[in-house]
Design a binder for this molecule. Structure first.
Ligand SMILES: *Cc1c(COP(=O)(O)O)cnc(C)c1O
Length: 401
């Protein structure tokens, strides 16, 4: 059953409708050919520089440092932000696992913040309660009262193309002296109060994995407003090289660079960003229209301060109408060759992060049970989307209580 087992970023089998597959073509091929013909295939090359400039411009940030993956970008961003072993970092509970893993790579500890029910994003009021009631300042250092550890940063993850409410979060971070690292991997192209998601904290990360809005096959980027941070990030992602002739390294760095081949694909993809965003919004509008006609099937949220990118179109099935949650719909769609996926297992349930401190988690659990992402590849055509709409509509009208 390829529809149930295929990875979300993989090409769909013939006749199947994939969840969110890459959209690459002639322009990507032209740029790749240029890499091969000029022999610039590795981590030095014109496409890497150009990709960093192009993405930074889209993000309205002065510096971009391309990396081998989004996870690598998050790891180095944490180091650049000054996270030290045993620090605590607040992070979204309802997220793909990468940002939480990155916190552990830095030998720091995640504090999992439940989702907020309206937008599904990090609940900033829980962050406020934790900082005010669960922390204290000792010798000028903010510490978690329960664990005694230093609370150093917050990493809001803008999930499924919609922003976290950044204004109150940035105010809290300023009040309590926290670093802020935005994980904008899923929300490239979205805007928060008029400015790009990922441009609000001064330090952000992106992913160019296969199913992301722009793909390089695999890749990521650190975006920063600080020239010093940019220099440090570049140093750490290139093995912390002090002298490349004598092989002198000033620290334990990482081989986290993106190759010119990957960046070539990325340059072609950035040029197509307006086309991709328009496709995501067109697909979202059609699904929203479908939801408006179905009792208990809720369209994806959009806060009044948000201009979502609709990276992963996700509906929520009200448990009054659908007490068994979203999995029966997922199976019904799979039987018709249509790939759909729930949102991630909340991190407070992940065996990989067993024992992590969690601030709530009930909302994330409920969203995990009730939500389902529907096919929303930028190459999805109208006829394919109608097949999905028909299948969801037929299932919802017969399964609804
Ligand atoms: C995709 C993703 C990442 C990065 O993943 P990579 O595969 O390492 O590029 C990070 N955070 C979130 C929320 C993601 O969805």
């Amino acid at each position: 059953m390829p529809s149930e087992t295929a990875a979300p970023g993989a090409p769909a089998a013939p006749g199947q409708i994939g969840l969110c597959v890459p959209n690459v073509g002639a322009r990507e091929l032209d740029y790749l050919r240029e890499c091969i013909e000029t022999n610039f295939v590795s981590s030095v090359g014109a496409f890497v520089d150009r990709f960093e400039r192009d993405v930074a411009a889209v993000m309205e940030m002065p510096h971009g440092i391309a990396t081998a993956s989004g996870t690598a970008a998050l790891h180095v961003a944490l180091l650049v932000a000054g996270i030290e072993p045993d620090d605590e970092v607040l992070v979204s509970d309802l997220t793909f696992i990468a940002p939480v893993n990155a916190i552990r790579y830095a030998n720091a500890w995640p504090v999992l913040v439940d989702a907020e029910p309206e937008t599904w994003q990090m609940d900033v009021s829980r962050v406020a309660d934790f900082l005010r009631d669960g922390c204290e300042r000792r010798d000028g250092v903010l510490r978690n009262r329960a664990s005694g550890r230093r609370v150093r940063a917050v990493m809001p993850v803008h999930i499924v193309g919609h922003p976290v409410d950044m204004q109150p979060l940035l105010a809290l971070a300023a009040e309590f002296g926290l670093a802020v690292i935005e994980d904008a991997s899923e929300s490239l192209g979205a805007r928060y109060r008029g400015a790009p998601v990922g441009s609000h904290a001064g330090l952000a990360c992106l992913s160019f994995n296969g199913n992301k809005l722009l793909t390089t096959g695999g890749g990521g980027m650190i975006l920063t407003r600080s020239a010093d941070s940019a220099q440090r990030a570049r140093y750490l992602t290139t093995q912390a090289k002090d002298d490349s002739i004598e092989f002198v390294h000033g620290a334990v760095g990482y081989n986290y660079r993106l190759t010119n081949i990957q960046a070539a694909v990325g340059c072609a993809q950035v040029e197509r960003l307006p086309e991709f965003l328009a496709a995501k919004r067109r697909i979202a509008a059609r699904y929203a229209e479908m939801c408006a006609g179905l009792a208990g099937v809720h369209a994806m949220p959009a806060a009044e301060w948000a201009d979502p990118a609709y990276w992963m179109y996700t509906v929520r099935l009200d448990n009054k109408h659908f007490p068994d949650g979203s999995r029966p719909l997922m199976r019904a769609l799979a039987s018709q060759g249509i790939q759909a996926r729930p949102l991630w297992q909340p991190m407070h349930r992940s065996p990989a992060h067993a024992g992590a401190l969690a601030l709530g988690g009930d909302v994330a659990d409920r969203l995990n049970a009730e939500c389902l992402s529907l096919p929303c590849s930028t190459g999805l055509d109208a006829a394919e989307q109608e097949r999905v709409v028909d299948a969801v509509t037929r299932w919802a009208t017969t399964a609804s209580r």
